[in-house]
Design a protein around this ligand. Structure first.
Ligand SMILES: [Zn+2]
Length: 375
């Protein structure tokens, strides 16, 4: 799901529950003033944009994007992928970026005033490295590596060990900081493209599906204590042999067998980036009792296909559309340049234009015939 991995491989082809939500958000709301509760859009009207977290310095551009442009595009949820790019108070040794608590509060308040709910994202389990670069967790705590025997650069992305007793307390501290900083009723925990699982000496002998489901349930249960509903990418719950997609957006490791034990209030972000004959994963996940948030990148055919598959199957549980902007830079400066009619000619900005066109096209179609499907 991550930009570099997806874009590297997919370039050229492309990479009623509202009440329930409010109930789940209630405990957190008690800890804040009533005005601090951000509105969660009704099912069917989640129009999200996923961006990489801005830096402290580039925050002003993201604020401008949110106030001047996103409302006109209909965007009402901003998913901000933070990962370790934040000035952690509980674990300063894991700070890879310089966005501060005050910055997060400013972004949240600015977006709220513009009618946009900010949802922070923290990539869990997988994507703890990219080629030779280890993310802060594994760089600082190499003992958490699920694949200590794999040489540097030999795998695209490392995972943390789901069985190491030191990981979860530390990660929960980070998630708690994000909950407090972004005052959020929803949090995205990633969990996509996990390839390294069940490999280390602690995990060997356990079933992959148990390791995966335990991770999901523990994250879910911790967030629930904060009154926060969890969302995650859905690809590890899709069997590659089931005709749901390809190498990246489905699983062949056995993680898909965990689906029976995943709490049904988890929002599943079902991403597919390439045109396909059908998008069977959408009705499959809906049929399993989940609310599904179809997630598109720059393929209009894929976005329409997922939207229509959801509307045909279970429109009340199909939340809307999440647009992912992997190639738009931190805080989406490429998207801002595209919106201002000043793309810089780079491949990144070309893709920003594509994403922008996709958002506008689907928004026009939604306004014209809000509940119809193509074909
Ligand atoms: Zn392990």
């Amino acid at each position: 799901m991550r930009g570099p991995l997806v874009s590297l491989v997919m370039r050229g082809g492309p990479a009623a529950a509202f009440a329930v939500l409010l109930c789940l958000a209630a405990p957190a709301a008690r800890a804040e003033s009533p005005a601090a509760i951000p509105a969660v859009p009704p099912s069917g009207q989640w129009r999200g944009l996923h961006i990489k977290v801005p830096t402290h310095r580039s925050l002003q551009h993201t604020l401008r994007l949110c106030t001047d442009h996103l409302p006109a595009l209909g965007v009402n949820i901003l998913v901000v992928e933070v990962n370790y790019r934040y000035k952690w108070r509980s674990h300063p040794e894991l700070s890879e970026g310089d966005l501060t608590f005050e910055d997060a509060r400013k972004l949240t308040a600015t977006c709220r005033a513009a009618g946009i709910l900010v949802v922070p994202q923290f990539q869990c389990l997988g994507h703890q490295s990219w080629q030779r670069h280890r993310n802060a967790l594994l760089a600082r705590y190499p003992e958490f590596d699920e694949s200590p025997d794999r040489p540097e650069g030999s795998i695209p992305a490392r995972s943390w060990c789901p069985s190491h007793p030191g990981v979860k307390p530390l990660v929960f501290d980070l998630l708690d900081e994000l909950v407090d900083a972004f005052q959020t009723p929803l949090l995205h925990v990633g969990l996509d493209e996990v390839q390294e699982i069940g490999r280390c000496s602690r995990c060997r002998g356990s079933s992959v599906s148990d390791l995966f489901s335990r991770t999901v349930v523990d994250l879910h249960d911790h967030l629930a204590t904060r009154g926060v509903r969890m969302m995650m990418w859905a690809d590890r719950l899709l069997d590659r042999k089931g005709g749901f997609g390809g190498f990246h957006d489905t699983s062949d490791s056995g993680t898909h067998l965990a689906i029976g034990s995943i709490p049904r209030d988890v929002v599943l972000c079902d991403w597919h980036y390439e045109p396909a004959r059908s998008y069977a994963s959408v009705p499959y996940l809906l049929g399993q009792g989940f609310q599904v948030w179809p997630s598109a990148w720059n393929s209009l055919a894929a976005a329409r296909g997922m939207r229509d598959a959801g509307r045909k199957s279970n429109p009340s549980a199909t939340l809307g559309m999440l647009y992912t902007c992997w190639s738009c830079g931190r805080g989406a400066p490429g998207l801002l340049r595209a919106l201002l009619g000043k793309p810089d000619g780079s491949e990144f900005d070309k893709q920003a234009v594509e994403v922008l066109n996709l958002i506008r096209t689907l928004r026009r179609e939604e306004k014209r015939r809000p509940n119809e499907v193509d074909g």
